[in-house]
Design a protein around this ligand. Structure first.
Ligand SMILES: C[S@@+](CC[C@H](N)C(=O)[O-])C[C@H]1O[C@@H](n2cnc3c(N)ncnc32)[C@H](O)[C@@H]1O
Length: 350
């Protein structure tokens, strides 16, 4: 993998960190996520709310059902999941919907825009029992407009980001270069117009050597999704902050991390293709991109608070005869010491 990246650099010079991250994670046949589906869970590199158990999908299904009823129970509606990985969350949601309300299930289509062949195959295998409910597409632009909900868990943090560093009062871009057969950082003037605009907006009031990440393409990522939504909402669940907290003066080394065998690391240039790479989400930037596309973002809330709100009926139904396994999962998802505070939920109405 390193050699593939080195070849690109030898051919065309240092590459942006976003290009490096896109190859390391998504290059067909090579990238970390393009190689299979075993990254998430106990035997993989990290846990997500999905790998906690089916409680997460069941609570989402209840909320989606509530939305369908609020939409006026349309005869056709769609759930669109981004970053569906091996289809586990999709399966949990579809199983719950089929049980909770067969007519909502019948009217629904479950779309997964998935660019990677390997993951599309894994999703089709997991969701086989739901047969024609699954609409598998390579890109959201293939979807006709329908009412519904577009959502993703831990997908925005996996989108490539650019890296910038403060030098003598001006932002420089951290590019990936190759020296003596090793991948190394090389600082350079910022040339990408979107990054120039974004760094101007950040300002220059940062200490020497302050390094951080920035994603400038949320709007282009979201546009085909909003085009596929005639009415409804988006829900993005991820680790991240509002902008003022993200670019806090004390966060001098940003949030970029690798994950391998449940260990976090910081050396993102070592072993490309073999480690997960992610950076937190600037939810203010996501909310602004949604607003530019006509959306109305709600205030950011922690996963713990959001799920607890969503779970009122479910919790009541547990009274007297609780399901201990489901309650344990609910606590892991919502407790501030587990996943409840680390993850945030951004809902946007369209
Ligand atoms: C950290 S994993 C999360 C998987 C799953 N949602 C979960 O919570 O367990 C990130 C997933 O996002 C996917 N992904 C990243 N960029 C994507 C894009 N542009 N379109 C669709 N999926 C994407 C990756 O392939 C990977 O499956």
């Amino acid at each position: 993998m390193k050699s593939l990246i080195q070849e690109r650099i030898v051919e065309s010079g240092p590459i942006s960190f976003a290009d490096y991250m896109a190859i390391a994670l998504y290059e067909p046949g090579w990238g970390y996520y393009a190689k299979g589906q075993l990254q998430v869970g106990r035997g993989g590199d990290f846990y997500t709310s999905v790998s906690v158990g089916s409680c997460f999908g069941q609570l989402l299904a209840r909320y989606f059902l509530e939305q369908w009823r609020e939409f006026g129970q349309p005869e056709r509606w769609r759930l669109t999941e981004l970053g569906a990985h091996d289809g586990k969350l999709a399966g949990d949601i579809l199983n719950a919907l089929a049980r909770l309300d067969p007519s909502a299930y019948k009217a629904m289509q479950y779309a997964i825009p998935e660019p990677l062949d390997t993951l599309r195959a894994a999703q089709a295998a997991t969701l086989k029992p739901h047969g024609p409910k699954l609409l598998s597409v390579t890109h959201a632009s293939e979807l006709e407009p329908l009412p519904g909900i577009i959502f993703g868990n831990e997908v925005l943090d996996a989108l490539p980001c650019q890296l910038i560093e403060m030098r003598e009062g001006a932002w420089q871009e951290c590019m990936v270069a190759c020296e003596n057969d090793a991948l190394v950082w090389q600082l350079g003037d910022i040339r990408d117009p979107a990054l120039i605009t974004a760094t101007h907006a950040l300002g220059a009031d940062f200490t020497e050597g302050y390094r951080t990440e920035i994603r400038t393409h949320y709007e282009s990522f979201l546009k085909p999704l909003t085009d596929s939504l005639s009415d409804g909402r988006m829900i993005w669940i991820d680790y991240g902050f509002e902008r003022s907290e993200y670019y806090h003066p004390d966060r001098r080394q940003g949030t970029l991390r690798t994950f391998s065998k449940h260990q976090a690391g910081e050396d993102v240039l070592s072993h490309p293709g073999e480690l997960d790479i992610s950076a937190h989400v600037d939810f203010t930037a996501v909310a602004e991109a949604c607003q530019a596309l006509g959306g109305h973002p709600r205030p950011l809330v922690s996963q713990g608070n959001w799920l607890t709100q969503r779970a009122k009926d479910w919790l009541m139904a547990q009274e007297g005869n609780p399901d201990p396994k489901a309650m344990r999962q609910f606590q892991t998802l919502t407790h501030p010491g587990h996943l409840g505070r680390m993850f945030q939920v951004l809902e946007v109405e369209f």
